[in-house]
Write a protein that binds this ligand. Structure first.
Ligand code: WT7
Length: 652
């Protein structure tokens, strides 16, 4: 078992308030336990009852199946369903004039769509895609800022059975190219501009070069986010969305495709321990079912809620909990284009006040960044509508949790610390806010249907208080189905560490004496920087692709705001000199290859890396050095132990 940070288990407990419990879906631990046991012992009964709450064109034949040797799971097989229909059409009768989507622009402009209006634009968008020849199973890549057209566009895809793949707008054009090529997308949908802190960034112009290198690409649909920005359009390839969608031959209605339950709905690329990011494939019915249900119970959803998740739709959090989960429940979901600290550190709280947000879901890194500005920024805003807070993306340290609870939640809002991953599709370990006492820093208990366990290296369960690997022992509806065009990698990454169809998540965890789960972060070579996920090998490859860099090793180190940050050790070939200038150049280079969010915080040049006699880099030692430790552990297996003292002395 690799060394994992020992979490000093928090003793404090926070019980849900009486008036919160009164209106909760699940009101006690006993009630949770009863349903949980049913979901594990009799999944057919549990899931078929829940699935009745969705709208089906045709009911399923079999709730689920699991072929362990083939690693093939099927949910609601034989059923026919459509995601966009469930997010839109089925609400038209009862909630047609209810606000579905609120959009707040960077500059503070607001746009809102009722369910009726959203339905209409999604239909028109889908008809545009059809007109351009898009058919079931085709792929479309989105590279967009946080504007309504992104949410509308992915709903349009699911309406006609086109598989979407959203690439986070902060990734570089090179990263975008890799994903277009791997998914063999026929259409890219992008925006002429992305607005950030009042500045327009020419998004399309920045990717024009790589678009011409993508063979599969037939069309580029461009949103005009900034009219004043001159945008060159390639003849016969590039079209404006506002023109396409307004043509008179585009109908206000588009018939939803009757999808098979197991048809893929979307691909989302995510980083792993080795190689390029992999395309995680999610299904239709199981995915929809699971995000519908987790949204309802975890956020204890009420009809009158105004719900705001601050994630970007470029990540799984945005897919599941800005778009699909909330809309499947008929909720009002807010999406925000800007950053929570612009123009002032109270921007997020002003938005909460302006729209009377009642449920707020964000990441620990944002909480820490906002807390740093001081309580007065929060206190001058009216947050009285808030009733529930959420956290996601990385472990939340107890101090940040307590600040969030006291200053933002005024000691009355429960906090749901939700553990999950791109691969899991939806929330896996979480409090149910009316049903259990909270402990700051603990994600509490597995959601319905999730058979979570913590194992030792040898596959035996750990004892209470003992750290180990977190695993899931049964498939669940929104489990990734495969890695796109790479089933081998699917098997190897998630199902090879333990035998017998046990899903390996890559995180360390332990359970305390009350059975609460404490997630301790990644135990593989994946790092979570501000809740963004990177494989250290990706960043190493980027560094080595810089002319004159011989070798590099990247490790995480603790960072006050980001949670973890990246520390790169770099050796140079002869002819290139170590300098501050070179540090800056290398950072810019990584930014170009992967994206600005992947820039290492620290770069240390060295003549050599600590290696074993067989030539393996000893990352454990580098990590200890990056963490500023004096004792870096056992160095006897090193071929060059003398390098350790030098590295320690020259730490940056
Ligand atoms: C990794 C997955 C799931 C949406 C955002 C990230 C870490 C996520 C928590 C949490 C501790 C967490 C894990 C996980 N993580 N939520 N509540 N407590 N760690 O999705 O990019 O696929 O990253 O994020 O390390 O493996 P992702």
């Amino acid at each position: 078992m690799p060394v994992i940070d020992s979490v000093s288990v928090e003793k404090r407990k926070f019980s849900p308030k009486k008036n919160f419990v009164k209106k909760s879906h699940i009101k006690s631990f006993k009630e949770y336990k009863k349903l949980y046991n049913e979901s594990i012992n009799n999944p057919e009964k549990f899931w078929s009852r829940e699935a009745e709450n969705l709208d089906w064109f045709k009911k399923w034949n079999k709730v689920y199946s699991w072929k362990k040797t083939k690693l093939e799971t099927k949910w609601f097989d034989g059923g026919k369903i459509n995601i966009s229909y469930n997010c839109l059409d089925r609400h038209l009768k009862t909630r047609g004039n209810k606000t579905a989507l609120i959009w707040e622009s960077d500059k503070g402009r607001s746009k809102q769509f009722t369910y009726k209006q959203l339905h209409k634009v999604v239909c028109r968008f889908a008809n545009v895609l059809k007109k351009h020849g898009m058919k079931k199973g085709d792929r479309i890549v989105f590279y967009m800022p946080m504007i309504p057209e992104l949410a509308i566009g992915i709903l349009a895809c699911t309406r006609i059975g086109v598989i979407h793949s959203v690439v986070f707008g902060g990734f570089s054009s090179e990263s975008l190219k890799d994903r277009i090529q791997d998914s063999r997308a026929k259409i890219v949908i992008t925006s002429n501009a992305s607005i950030r802190k009042g500045q327009a960034i020419p998004m399309k112009k920045n990717i024009d070069k790589v678009l011409s290198e993508c063979k599969s690409l037939k069309k580029v649909i461009v949103v005009q986010r900034d009219k004043s920005l001159k945008t060159s359009m390639k003849k016969n390839r590039d079209v404006w969305l506002h023109e396409e969608i307004n043509y008179s031959d585009i109908n206000d209605f588009c018939k939803p495709a009757e999808m098979n339950s197991e048809d893929p709905a979307f691909i989302l690329y995510t980083s792993g321990t080795t190689g390029k990011p992999k395309g995680v494939v999610h299904s239709t019915a199981g995915y929809l079912m699971y995000v519908y249900l987790t949204f309802k119970y975890v956020f204890d959803y009420r009809e009158e809620d105004v719900y705001w998740c601050t994630a970007d739709i470029g990540w799984i959090t945005g897919h599941s909990y800005i778009v699909y989960g909330p809309l499947a429940n008929g909720a009002t979901s807010l999406m925000f284009e800007g950053v929570p600290t612009y123009p002032n550190p109270d921007r997020a709280w002003k938005i909460v006040e302006k729209y009377k947000v009642s449920v707020f879901y964000t990441a620990p890194t944002a909480i820490r960044a906002l807390a740093r500005f001081g309580d007065e920024w929060v206190n001058k805003c009216d947050l009285s509508n808030l009733r529930l807070l959420g956290s996601v993306g990385e472990p939340i340290n107890p101090e940040a949790w307590l600040w969030y609870h006291k200053v933002v939640g005024k000691n009355k809002c429960p906090i749901v610390d939700t553990w999950w991953q791109t691969e899991t599709g939806g929330i896996m370990i979480t409090p149910l806010p009316g049903a259990m006492d909270l402990k700051p820093g603990s994600a509490c208990f597995p959601f319905f249907g999730i058979k979570a366990n913590i194992l030792r290296e040898n596959g035996k369960p750990t004892k209470k208080g003992e750290g180990g690997y977190i695993v899931i022992e049964q498939p669940w509806p929104s489990m990734l189905r495969t890695v796109y065009r790479n089933p081998k990698r699917f098997r190897k990454t998630y199902f090879s560490k333990f035998k017998g169809g046990i899903y390996f998540a890559g995180d360390g965890a332990k359970r305390d004496k009350d059975g609460y789960f404490w997630i301790m972060g990644r135990i593989d070579d994946v790092v979570n920087v501000s809740g963004h996920r990177f494989g250290t090998s990706e960043i190493e490859s980027a560094l080595v692709s810089f002319k004159g860099v011989a070798e590099s090793a990247v490790v995480p180190f603790p960072h006050k705001i980001k949670g973890k940050a990246l520390y790169a050790f770099v050796t140079l070939k002869k002819g290139l000199n170590e300098s501050d200038e070179l540090v800056a150049k290398l950072r810019t280079h990584v930014s170009k290859v992967i994206g600005p969010i992947a820039k290492p915080d620290k770069i240390q040049f060295t003549d050599a890396l600590p290696k074993t006699r067989s030539g393996k880099i000893m990352r454990r030692i580098l990590k200890a050095i990056a963490e500023g430790l004096d004792d870096v552990g056992n160095t006897t297996t090193l071929a060059n132990p003398e390098i350790v003292e030098i590295l320690k002395k020259e730490r940056v």
